[in-house]
Ligand binder design. Structure first.
Ligand SMILES: Cc1ncc(COP(=O)(O)O)c(C=O)c1O
Length: 413
C-alpha cells in the first residue's frame, strides 16, 4: 500500500475532478455516507461485469481450468499491496468473517480474557462476546471515545485494563463512530510486553490510510476490501503473521485455507480485487489519504466556529481522515440527517458514541468542494431556522408571561 507514485497536492481540485470522472455520479442525491461501502470506479465495475460474463459463458470449464491461476494472481497482487507474504493471507467475504475464522481457531484456554472497547464495531463486539461464551472466556470493556484523550492516554487506558488473564486485545484502527485513528502500533508494542496478542479491525484504515499491514505490529488483522479499496461488495481478508499460522491450523504444514470450508463461491468479485488495486495504485494511497483529510478539514473548518456545533472527532488532522462526527446542540442527530436529505438532498447517517447520537459525515475522493459547501450551507440554515424558531418561541413565552402577570388567571377571593 505504501505509495511510490508521484505526489499530488490534496488541494489540486482540477486533478481530483479528473479522478471523480472515473466514478458514476449518483443522480438524485449527494452521498456523504461513504463509510459503509465504497463506490466501484468505472474500470472496476466493467471488469466485474466482464468476469461475470466470462464465468457464465465458460461455466465449469472456467472453474476447472482457469480459476486456480486467476486466484493465484489475485492473492499475489493483494499480498504485495498489503506488504505481506502470500501464505499469510486468506481472502474472505468480509471483515466479520475474517475475525470469526480467526477467533474460532485461536488457541484460547478456558478463563482467558479478551479486552475491547465500547467504541469498537457492534458486530465485532457481538462476535467477541459470542466466542467468549462458547469458549468460557471472560471479556473486559473499556471506554476510549473522548476526542480529548491523547494517544498516550489511550495506550495507558489499554495498559491499565490488562490483567493477568488478558490474552487478546481486539482493537479498531480507525473508529467507525467518529473517524478517530487509534495508535494501534503503540498499543501492540505495549501489549507485547505483557505477552498479549492484538487483533486489529482495519475496516476503515485499510486503503484510506497509507500504511502496510506489518506497520501495525500485530500478528492478526481483519480487513474488508469493499470500503476504501473500492473492490466489489463481499471481499475481505485475514492476515496472520507466518510464525502464528500453525497455532491456528494445528499443523506447521497446513495453510490458512484449511480454516475455511471448501465449496463453490462467486469468483467474479474476488477477481476484480486486482482491478481495484490497479485503480487505487494509479492514484496512490498517500495521495488518497491526504485528499480525504483535506476534504474533511475543508468543511469542518467552516463549521467548527459555530457555537451550536460540537465535533466528536479529534481536531488534530493527524488523528482523523475522511470520517468526522458532529452534533448540533438542541437538535437530535436523526433530525439533522433527515433535514439534510429532505431539504438539501445530502445523504448522511447517525451513529452512537457512548449514549449520544451523532451525525457521521464521510466524503470520498469523488466528492467535490461544492458538495461540501452545500453541506455547510445546509447545516448553517438548519441552525438559523432552529435559532429563529426558538427566539420566536422565547418572545412568545415572554409576551405570554407579561400577559399572565398583568391579568392573573386565577383570582384569589
Ligand atoms: C470498524 C468496522 N469494523 C467492522 C465492520 C464490519 O465489516 P464487514 O461488513 O466487512 O464485516 C465495519 C463495517 O462498517 C466497521 O466499520
Amino acid at each position: 500500500m505504501n505509495q511510490t507514485n508521484a505526489h499530488i497536492a490534496a488541494d489540486n481540485d482540477e486533478y481530483w475532478a479528473y479522478i471523480s470522472a472515473h466514478f458514476p455520479t449518483p443522480t438524485s442525491f449527494t452521498n456523504l455516507e461513504n463509510a459503509y461501502c465504497g463506490m466501484l470506479s468505472q474500470s472496476v465495475m466493467a471488469a466485474l461485469q466482464r468476469y461475470q460474463t466470462e464465468i457464465n459463458v465458460e461455466t465449469s470449464y472456467f472453474l476447472r481450468t482457469r480459476l486456480h491461476d486467476r486466484l493465484d494472481e489475485v492473492n499475489n497482487k493483494l499480498a504485495e499491496f498489503c506488504g505481506i507474504a502470500v501464505d499469510e493471507l486468506l481472502i474472505t467475504r468480509n471483515l466479520t468473517e475474517a475475525l470469526h475464522i480467526l477467533l474460532r481457531a485461536y488457541p484460547f484456554n478456558e478463563g482467558d480474557e479478551i479486552l475491547y472497547a465500547n467504541a469498537d464495531y457492534d458486530s465485532v463486539q457481538q462476535l467477541v462476546e459470542d466466542i467468549a461464551s462458547r469458549k468460557q472466556l471472560s471479556t473486559r470493556i473499556i471506554s476510549i471515545t473522548s476526542p480529548l484523550l491523547s494517544d498516550e492516554d489511550i495506550v495507558k487506558a489499554y495498559e491499565n485494563a490488562i490483567t493477568e488473564n488478558t490474552r487478546v486485545i481486539m482493537l479498531t484502527h480507525l473508529l467507525h463512530r467518529n473517524g478517530q485513528i487509534m495508535p494501534v502500533a503503540k498499543i501492540a508494542k505495549m501489549a507485547k510486553r505483557y505477552k498479549v496478542d492484538v487483533i486489529v479491525d482495519a475496516a476503515h484504515s485499510f486503503a484510506q490510510l497509507n500504511f502496510q499491514l506489518p506497520d501495525l505490529e500485530s500478528d492478526f488483522i481483519g480487513v474488508n476490501l469493499h470500503k476504501w479499496l473500492g473492490a466489489p461488495l463481499g471481499t475481505g481478508l485475514l492476515y496472520v503473521r507466518r510464525q502464528r499460522i500453525a497455532e491456528l491450523t494445528g499443523s506447521s504444514k497446513a495453510r490458512l485455507r484449511s480454516l475455511i470450508p471448501t465449496g463453490t463461491f462467486s469468483p467474479a468479485p474476488v477477481m476484480a480485487i486486482v482491478d481495484a488495486i490497479r485503480f487505487h495504485q494509479s492514484i496512490g494511497t498517500r495521495n488518497i489519504e491526504e485528499r480525504l483529510r483535506h476534504l474533511s478539514q475543508y468543511w469542518l473548518q467552516q463549521v467548527c466556529h459555530m457555537a451550536a456545533i460540537k465535533h466528536h472527532t479529534p481536531v488534530d488532522p493527524k488523528r482523523h481522515c475522511a470520517i468526522i462526527a458532529i452534533s448540533i446542540s438542541g437538535i437530535p442527530a436523526q433530525e439533522v440527517v433527515d433535514y439534510l436529505m429532505q431539504e438539501h438532498q445530502i445523504f448522511t447517517v447517525t451513529r452512537t458514541i457512548e449514549d449520544q447520537e451523532v451525525v457521521r459525515i464521510t466524503p470520498h475522493i469523488f466528492t467535490s468542494k461544492s458538495d461540501l459547501d452545500r453541506l455547510v450551507e445546509g447545516l448553517r440554515q438548519l441552525i438559523e431556522e432552529k435559532q429563529s424558531f426558538s427566539s420566536q418561541l422565547h418572545e412568545h413565552e415572554h409576551d405570554q408571561k407579561e400577559t399572565n402577570d398583568t391579568y392573573p388567571r386565577t383570582v384569589s377571593l
